[in-house]
Design a protein around this ligand. Sequence first.
Ligand code: PAF
Length: 282
Amino acid sequence: MQTVRQLPALREAVAAFRAAGERVALVPTMGALHDGHLALVEAAKRAATRVIVSIFVNPKQFGPNEDLAKYPRKELADSRMLSTAGADLLWLPPVEVMYPEGFETTVSVAGVSQVLDGAARPGHFDGVATVVTKLFNQVQPDVALFGEKDWQQLQVIRRLVADLDLPVEILGVPTYRDDDGLALSSRNAYLIAEERARAVALPRALGFAERAIAKGDDPEGALAQARETLAAAGFEVDYVALADAETLGDPVAGRPMRLLGAARIGGTRLIDNIPVTTNEHG
Ligand code: PAF
């Protein structure tokens, strides 16, 4: 696996892939890799002949009181994992390559960026949209893969790609879960053992609410019950919401819906989401 930190070297490597007629996949990450990221790499290998993984802890998607400084950085372990997993190239731009002095541009996707996590974390999705646009322009992949765990992020990126006619196919990869159901996340590393044990309340509360809604119970009651369950497990709830799966706005009869939750345990903010299967709402 090649490791590249400067743009000219990246462009040269990608040009060589292209000259050889390869189909190029990009897996954008912020590092601190886990099995969920490896599932993205595996899916990328099925979707393309060359796999580029980027690791960049993007300062623009962290709020002023968020965890940018303590976000786990594990370059050596990540690089070994990716090499074993069969990635072809690791794109590791330093911050001054991604955002050189004088950088002034923000990419902002209205609507889908403004609700739920967008409301709870102002500016977060602008930071994501800006860095993902840059990564697409740097790598120029045929296909890019994102985890469904960050469901709203995936919808923001789909909107961005459609609106700006970006020539890249976006693939969502199902959430990778621990045996007890907790979605894997680099931030799970912050949880102490007792918080980790209680964290499973998040997928369980969502699953319980989903089954209630699917069998026709009042959604508001099911969501309220999920919030109560989470509060009883020691979570501070940001939101538990039923939303249109694509726009993240209010559910619309006949369109796919998603159940999403965000809550803090100790100092750690966890998110999760699942599809809602009802005949009534499609
Ligand atoms: O999901 C992530 O790890 C990040 O938000 C992403 C897409 C790599 C952009 O920084």
